[in-house]
Design a protein around this ligand. Structure first.
Ligand code: NAP
Ligand code: GDD
Length: 347
């Protein structure tokens, strides 16, 4: 089995003229789908992983345990966003041609509780990576995972690439800082940096404390008699929810262009948390009213209003379109949770 670093194969990969991608946040929802996409496209994929007490990295375990993949076209490197020296060393060893910077504390509600580390990981880490990319001898195309949260209490709806930034959380402020820095580095130094301004995107691999996964999981557990209630915060909050698998394709498309630009990636539709709840209970034929309770612990100090994106630019310029409907997404997530419970993996 290949070592975690697995860098021994790097020179061979460069010689094979494969495209080489480096992903921060490879163990996250988006990182895992992006890795699958890039491997399908025959990239050499390198991921930065944090030291954790548990070696299992659930979202990419199927790739890590595949001997045809791990150590051959997929390589993992220990590193942390706070550790510039190590990140720089990884760059020298890997010599990536594309960087997908996805890592960081990604929970908006939690950013009110841990604002300093959130801003450090999202803001300063992006600056650190921009500086490293600026120093590379080869040109590196840089994808930055920006967010609709930069628009916060948006002045207009739907939002476009030109909508003014009015973030409403520490997370949104940090993403706004990183997004603006990415623009400054693009304009000042001619770097290829693209901000993907992504709206919420979901999947069975979504973290369990995001609202869609939480709903899907608890609904499946209620349906199988393992839980009795679903505790939620603001049910009237609305979001523009798409599928994570489509959104990583948008990331890749942005780096295949000759010129860098920023793109909103969204469906253009909004639904409330209540809509999601009702659609999820409908999958298991149960009445939502009986099970849903409000818990103020999940309310946030402020909520962005009217977050809905216009995907017009990415549709026209890159030919990207979201696939599937909102109810398809809810069904996919609930059915995945039912399968997990039925397999005895979530008891
Ligand atoms: P996620 O599932 O929470 O994954 C976050 C990733 O970042 C994980 O791999 C995590 O590693 C890693 N990470 C966090 N802090 C780190 C650190 N200090 N050093 C190294 N790695 C670190 O997030 P996601 O949903 O895939 O989202 C990817 C990116 O897109 C994030 O930047 C998020 O803010 C942004 N975004 C997401 C959405 C969305 O709807 N999903 C929308 C807009 C923007 P561990 O596995 O070790 O925790
Ligand atoms: N997490 C959570 N838990 N949210 C709840 C709950 C609950 O119990 N009850 C209601 N909500 C509401 C939140 O208040 C919010 O309005 C909405 O559900 C969505 O919350 P999340 O799923 O946590 O996502 P988010 O919109 O705050 O942030 C996600 O999308 C952003 C892009 O718009 C994250 O993926 C961010 O990283 C991303 O940038």
């Amino acid at each position: 089995m290949a070592s975690l670093n697995g860098v021994a194969g790097v020179s061979r990969i460069v010689a094979d003229n494969k495209k080489t991608a480096l992903i921060t946040g490879i163990t996250g929802q988006d990182g895992s789908y992006l890795t699958e996409l890039l491997l399908e496209k025959e990239y050499a994929v390198h991921g930065v992983v944090r030291r954790t007490s548990n070696l299992l990295r659930s979202r990419i375990e199927h790739l890590r345990s595949d001997e045809k993949v791990y150590g051959k076209s997929l390589f993992l490197h220990y590193g942390d966003l706070s550790d510039g020296t190590t990140l720089r060393r990884i760059f020298s060893e890997v010599q990536p041609t594309e960087l997908y910077h996805l890592a960081g504390q990604s929970h908006v509600g939690l950013s009110f509780e841990i604002p300093e580390s959130t801003c450090e990981e999202i803001g300063m880490a992006t600056l650190r990576l921009l500086e490293i990319v600026r120093d590379q001898p080869q040109s590196v195309k840089f994808y930055h995972a920006s967010s609709s949260e930069i628009f916060g209490n948006a002045a207009e709806s739907p939002q476009t690439e030109l909508t003014p930034l009015r973030p409403a959380s520490p997370y949104g402020c940090a993403k706004a800082f990183a997004t603006q820095l990415a623009r400054v580095y693009r304009e000042s130094y001619g770097l290829f940096v693209a901000n993907g301004i992504l709206y919420n995107h979901e999947s069975p691999r979504r973290g369990e404390n995001f609202v869609t996964r939480k709903i899907a999981r608890v609904v499946a557990r209620i349906a199988r008699g393992l839980e009795e209630e679903l505790l939620l915060g603001n049910l009237e909050s609305r979001r523009d929810w798409g599928r994570a698998q489509d959104y990583v394709t948008a990331m890749w498309l942005m780096l295949q262009q000759d010129k860098p630009a920023d793109y909103v990636v969204a469906t253009g539709e909004t639904h409330s948390v209540r809509d999601f709840v009702e659609a999820a209970f409908a999958v298991v034929n149960l009445p939502s009213k009986k099970y849903v309770k409000h818990n103020p612990a999940f309310d946030r100090p402020t909520e962005p209003a009217r977050l809905v994106g216009s995907p017009e630019k990415i549709r026209v310029e890159l030919g990207w379109r979201p696939q599937g409907s909102f109810t398809d997404l809810v069904r996919e997530m609930v059915e995945a949770e039912l399968a997990t419970v039925d397999a005895g993996k979530d008891t």
